[in-house]
Ligand binder design. Structure first.
Ligand code: CP
Ligand code: NVA
Length: 310
């Protein structure tokens, strides 16, 4: 029997703008409480499975820590549980859903995550797929809001490969009224299928697509980049390094952004490729607070999704 109240977060598209703002408000409150030493146990006794098929530092540890602060427990599930190998995906997921209240999944193809969500009887959160990284984009916009809010009408620049992180940023920016100016070489820009889906689901989106990084950073409150070769694309790294060589975020590019613009990166970074040491370690770099906010925002997301807050 399907449960109509069951919600998954596979993409930022699964959240309305009001829901994102609500998650941010809860996250902000929990972040402030933690600063004053209060760890509110909003999810006592709840259990979360982290089903991960790719490496992770931030996503894994920030989810585990967030759940611990909220009074719940995490089970980290690696390859040995045999998802789709020891038994059918349907049996696996239905059984796992009997034990846990929430599944956070990091996997390869997005279709694999969709299949998990189809059989799950508890909420599923996307911890990164080839298509998207919604928790990252939520933390990124939360970070920008802390530094440069209110965000509506402002511009974020993204330089480089139009990958999973960039897609989630485009959706989140669109929902929150932020213009995303993305500079990529043609072959690594958003594909037509994604652009159509974006226009259909987030008609209010404001997207500037250019091949010129200098045009993108003009007037931006933040300059964002990510690796040129994502996990799973290692065989393409030489070709990608060549194609994206002109898309490095360096001090000369940062100088073209307005005073006060911050540098953002989801991390891990490949220093010397998409970003120089000088920029990532520069006074305008917000990458550490951005990484820290993964925990605060996921805490807000879990508390909201599991109905721990009125
Ligand atoms: N940004 C991010 O998701 O980092 P990890 O791959 O370390 O989880
Ligand atoms: N685009 C990167 C993000 C890592 C957090 C990847 O998919 O490897």
């Amino acid at each position: 029997m399907s449960d109509a109240s069951l919600r998954h977060v596979l993409s930022v598209m699964d959240l309305t703008a009001d829901e994102i703002r609500r998650v941010f408000a809860i996250s902000k409150d929990l972040k402030e409480k933690l600063r004053s030493g209060v760890r509110e146990p909003l999810l006592p006794g709840r259990t979360m499975a982290l089903l991960f098929e790719k490496p992770s530092l931030r996503t894994r540890v920030s989810f585990e820590t967030a759940m611990a602060h909220l009074g719940g427990t995490t089970l980290f599930l690696g390859a040995d549980v045999g998802w789709g190998k020891r038994e059918s995906a349907s049996d696996f997921t239905q059984v796992l859903s009997q034990y846990v209240d929430l599944i956070v999944c990091r996997t390869t193809a997005h279709s694999r995550l969709e299949e998990l969500a189809r059989y799950a009887t508890c909420p599923v959160i996307n911890g990164l797929t080839d298509l998207s990284h919604p928790c990252q984009a939520l933390a990124d916009l939360f970070t920008l809001d802390e530094i440069h809010g209110p965000l509506e009408g402002k511009r974020l620049a993204y330089i480089g490969d139009a990958n999973n992180v960039a897609r989630s940023l485009a959706i989140c920016c669109g929902k929150l009224g932020v213009e995303l100016a993305i500079a990529s070489p043609k072959q690594y820009s958003f594909d037509r299928e994604f652009l159509d889906r974006l226009a259909r689901n987030v008609p209010e989106v404001k997207l500037l697509q250019t091949e010129d990084p200098r045009e993108a950073v003009r007037g931006a409150i933040g300059v964002y980049t990510d690796v040129w070769t994502s996990m799973g694309q290692e065989a393409e790294s030489v070709v990608r390094r060549q194609a994206l060589a002109q898309y490095q975020v360096n001090a000369a590019l940062m100088e073209l952004a307005p005073e006060g613009a911050v540098f953002l990166h989801c991390l891990p970074a490949k220093r010397g490729e998409e970003v120089t040491d000088e920029v990532i370690d520069g006074h305008y770099s917000a990458v550490i607070v951005q990484a820290a906010n993964r925990m605060h925002v996921q805490k807000g997301l879990m508390a909201w999704l599991l109905n721990a807050i009125d």
